[in-house]
Design a protein around this ligand. Structure first.
Ligand code: DP6
Length: 400
């Protein structure tokens, strides 16, 4: 029998993903099984990522959790579900014995510290990256390998898609136990090198209804959601995979916008209705359509999740021009916030015709900032011990 280690510590990072065919609605709330398959693009961790350190030690007296430096409730049911699942797989791997036979005792208490490199208040999907990161770190800690999207799904449905890079499908699956409700890579992040993403963080308040509660009300009340899951999504999923395979931006962009719009239509069809888009979201939608109409083809596409922030897809050769149009349409407030973040953006001069046709109703300050990023890889293991968020004593090294 291997000798037990007194302390083990692992740090991983994981990405955010943005769905282009949306997941909305569960057929099983406990196992987090969706009513339809979905498809997303994993965003690059150079711009948006969660980092999580997981440690287990003979000397820890209780399980503990820190989120962005603040101690948080480790008893959260979804976190506990992920922990239980990883430990179950670890036991299975160690020969089905409930006893501790591996290098790391499963009875040791654990400490977990997790941080985002983006403001949580910005309303960007942090739970997907968060649970993908937690599961990646725990799996490494206990030496569990292989299919882990099923485990991440227990944290948050969309988290299973953050377990892979590039273009990812979450297959709905058929089995009642959820064993076939998994994430699969459709294409790696290198497949479409020109694809770019602009996250437009809009000013304003927090989302009124969380995804979990919102989608439950939609399942209970929206006939449109039922039709969407049964008829629309299966067709769209095939079409979207073809557009991605062929790197057909017009097809990809149009379908992305239509699917976002249908998701928000199901929210309006929910009773009582749910509104995630605000006036700025609607201004961005109109702006994108004017821009595409002016160019006579789909050069940019928007998508919105359960909040007012827009995520824009475009190709590298269009970024500078579109960003300039956004600056003219939503003149940045001079509050010291850096307006352009992430990958560098070149300069562009706009023609008089473009300005006249596209920049029609400037709304100063409505967009707080734009983050420029691109598709990226799945979760990563950090080898450098100086990057652990916990010190040798198992306590957070620094608070943010
Ligand atoms: C609108 O994955 O946050 O972003 O499974 O209840 O945790 P739970 O919901 P969550 O829902 C995401 C909904 C969405 C669309 C999507 O990402 O596919």
């Amino acid at each position: 029998m291997a000798e037990e280690r007194a302390l083990a510590m692992v740090t991983c990072t994981a990405p955010v993903n943005i769905a282009v065919i949306k997941y909305w609605g569960k057929r099983d709330n406990d196992l987090i099984l969706p009513i339809n398959s979905s498809l997303s693009v994993t965003l690059h961790q150079d711009q948006l990522k969660t980092t999580t350190t997981a440690a287990a030690s003979r000397d820890f007296t209780e399980d503990r959790l820190w989120l962005n430096g603040e101690e948080a409730n480790v008893g959260h049911p979804r976190l506990q579900a992920c922990l239980r699942e990883v430990q179950r797989l670890a036991r299975k791997r160690r020969g089905g014995s409930a006893k501790d036979v591996g290098p790391l005792s499963l009875s040791y208490k654990i400490h977990i510290a997790t941080e985002n490199n983006f403001p949580t208040a910005a309303g960007l999907a942090s739970s997907a990256a968060g649970y993908a990161c937690l599961v990646s770190a725990l799996a490494r800690l206990y030496g569990v390998e292989g299919e882990l999207s099923e485990v991440a799904r227990h944290g948050s449905g969309s988290a299973c898609r953050s377990m892979l890079g590039g273009f990812v499908q979450w297959q709905r699956g058929e089995r009642p136990d959820g064993r076939d409700s998994l994430a699969l890579q459709v294409a790696p992040e290198t497949h479409w090198p020109e694809l770019r993403v602009l996250v437009m963080v809009v000013s304003g308040e927090k989302k009124p209804v969380g995804s979990t509660a919102g989608m439950q009300t939609s399942v209970d009340t929206s006939p449109l959601l039922k039709h969407r899951a049964e008829v629309v999504v299966p067709e769209r999923l095939e079409l979207m995979m073809r557009h991605i395979r062929e790197r057909d931006f017009e097809g990809f962009g149009q379908l992305t916008m239509k699917d976002s719009n249908q998701f928000h239509a199901t929210c309006l069809d929910t009773f009582p209705p749910i509104f995630y888009l605000n006036d700025t979201s609607r201004h961005i939608i109109a702006l994108v359509h004017r821009f595409n109409t002016h160019h006579g083809r789909t050069k940019v596409a928007y998508t919105f999740d359960a909040g007012p922030n827009a995520v824009i897809f475009t190709l590298a050769d269009t970024v500078a021009e579109f960003v300039e149009v956004v600056k003219r349409s939503f003149p940045p407030a001079t509050n010291g916030d850096q307006f352009l973040r992430g990958l560098p953006v070149g300069s562009a001069s706009l023609s008089e015709e473009l300005l006249a046709a596209v920049v029609t109703e400037p709304v100063p300050g409505a967009v707080r900032y734009i983050l420029h990023t691109q598709p990226g890889p799945g979760p990563q293991l950090l080898d450098d011990p100086s990057q652990h968020l916990l010190g040798a004593d198992g306590l957070p090294r620094r608070s943010t």
